[in-house]
Design a protein around this ligand. Structure first.
Ligand code: XLS
Ligand code: NI
Ligand code: NI
Length: 446
């Protein structure tokens, strides 16, 4: 198996395989911190981080925004037919994955394959593209972290897919999920994602919210049953997001999705795909939503990106904030990793980033940031200072009456009697500044 794939033509000429050169390197096309084989504990960086490239932003994005046309034109979008262009795109994508040294990728059905109005034509296109992708996976060893169906771009989905008030539209969404699951199994996908793009509503007075939620649960259950029937053994993932495009999205944040999954008995097959920029749009820290998912045993995978604190929308920037990434990696390490999940760069170049090398530079920055964050988080875990502080902070529950309380062995009257021992007005410092300073100190020591 060759680890370098070049299709009939090279789409990133002049860019060679990206190598690790260390933190003093001045080469923008080299890793400063991401050294794939470097071990941290039992696992190498590559095994801890399981990076993936997102097909949609990297190979379909063109820099266009609601106020202006495309700024980035891609050579792979030239070709006589939609399927020829899809094949060019696949060549460009696998050239990019292998030059960057990323082992996983993710895609929506219509990122990779030409969309069609007719279900049958859609399926035929997708089947042909899946064969192209399989061939390139086999040639390079690159694997599918997850695929998903785009149930939000086409006009038919203006009122949602699984929660559309029109059953005909729901069925069309189901046809897409069915085919995407077929393709997933064919490509050996490790997870399958549902992002509820337009599953939500804008006007309560024309919406039967409870009925829509029941439909969503039914849609997910049928998808799960079909996936299991055809041999999908991976994890189904739901990706929470609070707004954009809908006003009231049903999958607002991790806590909401966890409540939904357990209410409908879906929490055995579904986990969460937490995206940094979605967590911040919901008014949370990235690490908060990761922790909520981890505490429920449902942290499945990560869409690694970041928002801009000044903008109130999903800017999907490459993650370069080391402290933020460190806090995320601390949760991931405490969770014992991401299992079959990974870190997918759901991130796009800025509108004014127009050189071919910029796509590499964006990913290199994201990979270096998470590599450094992993090193810091690993060091913090090894030193055990924070773990010790945490144990001490809660030690009054470790023995005596506190332990009985946790075990459900005392009454409210006994709690009252415990309170009169005189210590119930004491103050204990949470040491916030000390912890913040400590994290910075570890960061600068590496
Ligand atoms: C959009 C989402 C989307 C999902 C996959 O905001 O992040 O890209 O990751 O549908
Ligand atoms: Ni995402
Ligand atoms: Ni997003």
């Amino acid at each position: 198996m060759s680890n370098y794939f070049k299709g009939s033509r090279e789409f990133f000429p002049g860019i060679a395989k990206i190598c690790f050169e260390g933190k003093t390197s001045k080469n923008p096309l080299a890793f400063k911190f991401y050294n794939p084989q470097e071990k941290l504990g039992e696992l190498s960086m590559e095994e801890h981080l399981r990076f993936a490239v997102a097909y949609w932003h990297s190979f379909c994005g063109d820099g266009g925004d609601p106020f202006g046309n495309a700024t980035q034109s891609h050579p792979w979008n030239q070709g006589d037919s939609p399927l020829q262009r899809a094949e060019n795109k696949a060549d460009a994508a696998f050239e990019f994955f292998t030059k960057l040294g990323v082992k996983y990728y993710c895609f929506h059905d219509v990122d990779a394959s030409p969309d069609a109005e007719s279900v049958v034509e859609y399926e035929e296109n997708y089947q042909k593209v899946a064969e192209m992708l399989l061939q390139r996976q086999q040639a390079t060893g690159v694997k599918l972290l997850w695929n998903t169906s785009n149930l939000f771009s086409h006009p038919r989905y203006a009122n949602g897919a699984a929660t559309n008030p029109d059953f005909h539209i729901l069925s069309r969404g189901a046809a897409q999920v069915k085919k995407s699951l077929d393709v997933n199994v064919m490509l050996g996908g490790e997870n399958y994602v549902f992002w509820g793009g337009r599953e939500g509503y804008t006007l309560l007075q024309n919406t039967m919210m409870q009925r829509e939620l029941d439909h969503l649960a039914q849609f997910l259950s049928l998808s799960r049953d079909y996936g299991r029937k055809i041999g999908f053994t991976g994890t189904f993932l739901i990706e929470p997001k609070p707004m954009e495009p809908s006003k009231h999205q049903y999958d607002v944040d991790a806590a909401t999705v966890i409540g939904f999954l357990s209410r409908y008995g879906l929490d055995k097959d579904f986990k969460l795909n937490i995206e940094a920029n979605h967590a911040t749009l919901a008014g949370h820290d990235f690490a908060h939503d990761l922790q909520v998912a981890a505490d429920a045993g449902l942290l499945g995978s990560i869409d690694a990106n970041r928002g801009d604190p000044v903008n109130g929308w999903d800017t999907d920037q490459f993650p370069t904030d080391i402290l933020d990434a460190t806090k995320a990696m601390m949760v991931v390490l405490d969770n014992g990793g991401l299992g079959s999940g990974g870190l997918n760069f759901d991130a796009k170049l800025r509108r004014n980033s127009t050189d071919a090398e910029d796509l590499f530079i964006g990913h290199i920055g994201g990979m270096d940031s998470f590599a450094l964050a992993l090193k810091i988080a690993h060091r913090v875990k090894e030193e055990g200072v924070l773990a010790k502080m945490l144990t001490q902070r809660y030690q009054s529950f470790d023995s005596g009456t506190g332990a009985k309380f946790e075990a459900g062995q005392i009454s409210l009257e006994e709690l009252r009697d415990f309170a009169i021992d005189g210590q119930c007005n004491r103050m204990t410092s949470g040491k916030q500044e000390l912890i913040e300073n400590y994290l910075n100190q570890v960061m600068f020591s590496l």
